[in-house]
Design a protein around this ligand. Structure first.
Ligand SMILES: [Zn+2]
Length: 212
């Protein structure tokens, strides 16, 4: 999906990216350099686009609908508008997750220069039902994806191996996040260093998925 008004601020990217037309849908975000597995690619802190659960309840139906389409919900019901220009793929190369309430995305495999950055929308926590026909074109495309659907053992295995492999390399690859002098980046780096050690990282994500 692509909505120019909601295009992410480039400063939140920790690697070089560019936006252009996507074969999947609309405009997508593409790697403008090689990104090694384990790299934190993007983060989004609690800023003006962060909507706490208490505020969400008071939004109009129209505003909620926009968030359903273009926002990301954490497992506590808070929202960030973060993904207006990153397409879904059933063979996604990034994992999206919240670390200490800060939304981030991490490369779960090596991403070559020019490759489109994608996440698996079905792995996002969601308190509302949604589904969409997928146009990702990957060999393991599931056809239709949605929230609240059982995650097949094949998909779990794929993500389990990718998350574990990426988690092992978080501290081994050049990590732009760790030298980024920005308040939320420093907070995220600390959260990852102190709490999200490689042994805990995969568990956090899968405890979320397994609630479905
Ligand atoms: Zn697909």
């Amino acid at each position: 999906m692509c909505l120019s008004k909601l295009t992410r601020r480039s400063s939140m990217y920790l690697v070089k990216v560019l936006n252009k037309k996507s074969e999947i849908e609309g405009c997508g975000t593409f790697a403008a350099e090689f990104i090694p597995r384990g790299t934190i690619i993007f983060y989004f802190g609690r800023d003006e686009k962060y909507i706490p659960k208490a505020h969400f309840a008071a939004l109009t139906a129209e505003a909620k609908e926009r968030l359903y389409k273009f926002g990301v919900e954490d497992e506590w019901g808070n929202w960030v508008i973060a993904d207006g220009d990153v397409n879904h793929s059933c063979d996604a190369n990034m994992l999206s997750l919240f670390a200490n309430g800060i939304y981030c995305e991490i490369a779960v495999r090596d991403i070559r220069k020019g490759e489109e950055l994608t996440i698996d929308y079905a792995l996002l926590y969601s308190s509302f039902p949604w589904s969409m026909k997928c146009n990702c074109g990957s060999a393991n495309c599931r056809g239709t994806v949605g929230s609240g659907w059982p995650v097949s053992p094949q998909v779990q295995d794929l993500w389990n191996s990718r998350i574990n492999a990426a988690a092992k390399e978080i501290f081994a690859v050049p990590q732009p996040l760790f030298s980024c002098k920005e308040e939320k980046a420093e907070e995220l780096a600390l959260a990852i260093k102190l709490k999200m050690n490689p042994g805990v990282f995969p568990f956090v994500k899968f405890s979320l998925i397994s609630k479905r």
